[in-house]
Ligand binder design. Structure first.
Ligand code: SUG
Length: 463
């Protein structure tokens, strides 16, 4: 049994949550472009999800939204005047740019960073690598603030190393934990590592899944949609996280290029793993048999749970987001799958989940379905909304306590949402400087000691 507690840090949906069709290759984002969004409902759905996870026995943290519209980016793109003028003229002259700097995309914290816990690293610290998200402009502007947020939450450098994003380039696209799965044998008691000079002693496997090897021009790659995670970035991530990329417990697997072209823009849209279980679709990997063999060599206790293409076609996996579920390894014989409502509503998908829950050869004993519809309409399911950070008891004490949730804090966040969030947003609303002012008021209140106690993490707070 591991002595780590896995804390899910969910991203709070921001007040400018909208559907701008910004993510080419993300089917839901493209399909819902221009429709009216409901930021208040979106944020409340996110908070209700956190409450439900806590009821199931999971530890829950939170990460704040980002300043949107992001005026510093508009200025860098040549818009001048006071902040209201900057927003108004961007709306008139380049509404696509304004939409890009207005997205609440930081809510999908599975893309915020990649994490290696203190048991697995050379220096006994928890390492977090901020993701550069270079493949989509609207997401590439997140990482400087994300870095400040992570430093304000994991604010003890003797326990946590928060790394700046990898240098941005087409060959170094890094999308964070959405393409990284840590598996461990939860049936074995693991002793804490005591010396920083030991090799990482923990019996955990780190599975990095990449879309393409960018520098190998002969390698296979998707034909239609971008491969957002590169092998080069995954290997660099392992080095930065202080786990050995050459060691047997660190594996790099190629995603099946055909499923990227079918709308699987991250591995967490086609596979989810936790503890010793990997739930995956038959077509998730470029080479299924060798992928499973490689992971088993890294973690002999592996329990692969395979969903066949005849049971759930890839298109149904994408529309239902079955694999974007959270898999909670609550005890060696008690795993719970937390899936989006859309998975319950597709009869084939629901039947596959029922089959997995009934099967005695895996420890998944229950499925819970959640309504995160506002996020789903932009291609973000339950697993996208959370960053997993496994923490020892000592690490846990070093985390900014205001960001660890309890019922009182959830209620305070709900009140805050009700005070500041618009009920509805249309594309035209993004050009209204009132939205900018109200969003800043909301974020300023959120960073205060009475809520998340983060200090000044936004540019508007330090200018
Ligand atoms: O990067 N959607 C996000 C969804 C991220 C989901 N995350 C994981 N699978 N881990 C993206 O494509 C859409 C925004 C818009 O179109 O308005 C967007 O950014």
């Amino acid at each position: 049994m591991s002595h780590l507690i896995e804390v899910n840090f969910d991203g709070l949906v921001g007040p400018t949550h909208n559907y701008a069709g910004l993510s080419y290759g993300n089917v839901a984002s493209t399909a819902n472009v221009g429709s009216t969004s409901r930021p208040r409902a979106a944020a409340l759905q996110g908070i209700a999800k956190m409450r439900r996870l806590m009821e199931l026995g999971a530890a829950q943290g939170v990460l704040p939204p980002q300043e949107r519209p992001h005026v510093p980016t508009l200025r860098a793109m040549g818009f001048n005047g006071d902040d209201s003028e900057v927003v108004e003229s961007a709306f008139r002259i380049d509404p696509v740019l304004l939409a890009q700097v207005s997205s609440a995309s930081a809510m999908w914290t599975a893309n915020a960073a990649t994490v290696a816990p203190s048991t697995d690293t050379y220096d006994l610290r928890t390492h977090l690598l901020t993701a550069n998200l270079v493949s989509m402009f609207h997401r590439s502007i997140e990482h400087p603030t994300t870095g400040r947020v992570l430093r304000a939450v994991f604010n003890n450098p003797s326990r946590f190393a928060v790394h700046a994003a990898l240098p941005p380039s087409p060959a170094t696209g890094d999308e964070g934990a959405a393409n990284h799965t840590r598996l461990w044998d939860d049936q074995t008691r693991v002793l804490a590592k005591t010396s920083p000079i030991d090799s990482p002693a923990f019996a955990a496997a780190h599975v990095f899944v990449y879309g393409a090897a960018a520098n190998d021009k002969a390698a296979s790659r998707p034909a239609r949609f971008p491969a957002r995670q590169t092998l080069e970035a995954s290997r660099a991530a392992a080095r930065v996280l202080a786990i050995d990329p050459e060691a047997a417990h660190t594996v790099f697997l190629q995603q099946n290029p055909a499923v990227i072209d079918a709308g699987v823009f991250h591995n967490d849209v086609i596979a989810v793993g936790s503890g010793r279980v990997l739930l995956y679709h038959q077509q998730a990997f470029a080479d299924e048999a060798s992928a499973i063999d490689t992971i088993r060599a890294a973690l002999p206790a592996l329990v692969p749970v395979r969903i066949g293409a005849d049971e759930v076609p890839v298109a149904a996996a994408v529309s239902s987001y079955l694999f974007n579920s959270q898999l909670l390894a609550l005890a060696p014989d008690r795993y719970i799958l937390v899936a989006p409502l859309e998975a319950e509503h597709d009869p084939r998908v629901k039947a596959a989940v029922d089959r997995v829950v009934a099967d005695a050869d895996n420890p998944i004993v229950q499925a819970v379905y959640l309504d995160v519809r506002e996020s789903m309409r932009n291609g973000g399911g339950p697993a996208c909304l959370r960053l997993r950070v496994p923490l020892s008891e000592g690490d846990m004490k070093a985390v900014n306590p205001a960001c660890i949730m309890n019922e009182r804090r959830l209620r305070a966040l709900e009140e805050w949402v009700m005070t500041y969030y618009p009920e509805e947003l249309t594309p035209a609303d993004l050009g209204d400087p009132t939205l900018l002012r109200e969003s800043r008021d909301a974020l300023d209140a959120l960073t205060r000691p009475s809520l998340l106690d983060l200090g000044s993490i936004y540019e508007f707070q330090t200018r």
